[in-house]
Design a protein around this ligand. Structure first.
Ligand code: G4P
Length: 533
């Protein structure tokens, strides 16, 4: 039986990722959460795009040069008895593979939507990953202080595009210059909007009951009438709140607010922490692993190389799934088949990196990696040596043939490209009929080609030439033993390649060709996701 302190520590943890299309306000909302958690004194210190400040996660030179966040980091703070872990994800759409993997380490997701735009392209892709994992998703419709789409339209958008039911917890009154506040459907009161200090400090909000005569004076006749109409309509038309459905990922609670002005942020945070889950049990080769009952176990979801250029060190980010981590502890690296000592574990805080002495299920730690870990690896203290389910490989959408300029540097080139692939920044493939002499690189975002070129030059002293290929769709062949891969009937825009393990894959320039090939080859099964291990 686990001890009381361990149970308490694990049960107060809430680990989630924030997903959004770039510019919807993810960074701003994260900052405000930290502000309420007392982790920073003045919002604006996580990232200031227009100032010289950079996000704490901006390690790599290229990030500084471009002013974007390439890698993910973790922010931890305490709020109201909860220990909150926010998995910060790269906002730039070119770095979405890393974002996808980060979602594998979260127990729930907060989806930030720009009220003037609705569901955007990037949100759809990230959302699909959450749906695949059946994790709870909470929606924050942001920027209500600006002109916004009709709220009903926004809900329809979420339901139609993302295929999830919505349940508004609060409801906006007006928007933009006419934004009056939000109505809390459960409490039956209105929080009045006052743009204060541009959101730099916590704001006190005035709250009036819907029956309070003073409300009319505050919001005016037209809005009052509209609000009464909306209240009735919502009670009749929207899905009823059901916590089980939320936790199963079938229903998303929706909140309206304005992160920049702090409006609705605290309400959102409180409801969210209440409704979301404690660290979830994870599936492994030995069945589900209970976070509390089992000894320390974790899986690697991200590898960050060259945090310190002078040492070419790597940090493996692990999500602790059960038990407790203690600095210097011994554990089994299951895939490596070795006992290892977990040392130099760090944790990212809002302003700096900390050495962690202890951590619990739900937490993320970064462990010094002498080059032994791969994404998806399991580390556990138990002698059972179970393996957590692997992390899927997300389909690259851009492909290029890569050649090194100086053939004398073949060794460095192969080493560098393999290490970068091991971190999961790129995927490498080969021509179907030849070996490593022809390397094809696949990336989720096109900017990763630049990262590859930059890193090979800076860290491995190798110049490369990239020749982009026209393919955009990749499919793994799920049943190569059942079909004759050599004799597949393809299309003119299809190419056969293989991954480093020799698994056959198909790449296509056009999406319709995928179906055509399926039709032409009876029994062929194709999959959008590959397996990492
Ligand atoms: P991201 O991480 O999702 O990419 O978005 P981020 O928070 O950086 O926000 C994008 C822009 O939208 C920022 O303005 C930010 O100030 C603004 N913003 C965020 N939330 C709100 C909101 O509730 N209302 C309004 N009106 N604006 C909001 P920027 O000018 O592009 O950058 P910055 O110089 O302010 O950082």
């Amino acid at each position: 039986m686990a001890d009381k302190k361990l149970i308490e520590e694990i049960n107060k943890r809430r680990t989630f990722a924030i997903i959004s299309h770039p510019d919807a306000g993810k960074t701003t909302l994260t900052e405000k959460f930290l502000l309420y958690g007392g982790a920073i004194n003045l919002a604006g210190s996580v990232k200031g795009k227009k100032t010289a400040k950079h996000a704490v996660s901006d390690w790599m030179e290229i990030e500084k040069e471009r002013g974007i966040s390439v890698t993910s980091s973790v922010l931890q703070f305490n709020y109201d008895g909860f220990c909150v872990n926010i998995l910060d994800t790269p906002g730039h759409e070119d770095f979405s593979e890393d974002t996808y993997r980060t979602l594998m380490a979260a127990d729930s997701a907060v989806m930030v939507i720009d009220a003037s735009k609705g569901v955007e392209k990037q949100t759809i892709k990230l959302f699909k990953v959450c749906v695949m994992r059946h994790i709870p998703i909470f929606t924050f419709i942001n920027k209500m202080d600006r002109e916004a789409k009709d709220p009903y339209e926004l809900l329809d958008d979420i339901e139609n595009v993302l295929g999830i039911s919505t349940c508004p917890i609060n409801w906006p009154i007006g928007c933009g210059k006419e934004f009056r506040g939000v109505y809390d459907r459960n409490e039956k009161n209105v929080s009045l909007f006052k743009a204060a200090m541009n959101g730099q400090k916590e704001v006190e909000t005035e709250v009036l009951s819907i029956d309070d005569p003073a409300l009319l004076g505050e919001i005016g006749d037209n809005f009052m009438e509209k609000l009464q109409e909306d209240v009735e309509l919502l009670d009749g038309a929207s899905a009823e709140f059901n916590l089980k459905e939320v936790q199963a990922g079938n229903l998303t609670p929706v909140f309206f607010g304005s992160a920049l002005t702090n409006f609705g942020v605290q309400t959102f945070l409180e409801h969210f922490l209440d409704m979301t889950t404690t660290p979830l049990a994870r599936h492994s080769s030995e069945g589900d692993i209970d976070p509390v009952e089992e000894d320390f176990s974790a899986f690697v979801f991200k590898i960050q190389a060259n945090m310190n250029k002078a040492h070419r060190d790597r940090i493996a980010f692990m999500r602790i799934c059960s038990g407790k981590y203690e600095a210097g502890m011994e554990a089994n690296h299951v895939q490596g088949g070795k006992k290892i000592r977990l040392s130099q574990s760090t944790q990212m805080m809002a302003s700096e990196r900390h050495i962690v002495e202890e951590a619990y299920a739900g937490d993320i730690i970064g462990v010094f990696d002498p080059g032994i870990f791969s994404i998806g690896d399991t580390i556990c203290k138990s002698s059972k040596k179970f393996e957590y389910d692997g992390i899927p490989t997300f389909a690259p959408e851009h492909f290029a043939r890569v050649r090194q300029m100086d053939t004398m540097k073949r060794k460095q080139f192969i080493k560098g490209i393999n290490q970068i692939a091991q971190e999961g920044a790129i995927q490498i493939f080969q021509e179907y009929n030849t070996g490593m002499e022809e390397i094809i690189v696949g990336v989720v975002g096109v900017l990763q080609f630049e990262v590859l070129e930059y890193r090979l030059k800076n860290e491995y002293n190798v110049d490369i030439k990239l020749e982009t290929l026209p393919y955009e769709y990749i499919r793994w062949i799920e049943n190569p033993e059942e079909v004759n891969v050599d004799r597949l009937v393809g299309t003119s825009d299809m190419k056969k390649i293989k991954d480093l393990k020799g698994n056959p894959l198909l790449v296509f320039a056009n999406s319709w060709s995928v179906n055509m090939v399926l039709e032409r080859n009876e029994g062929l099964k194709l999959s959008e996701f590959g397996k990492n291990n």
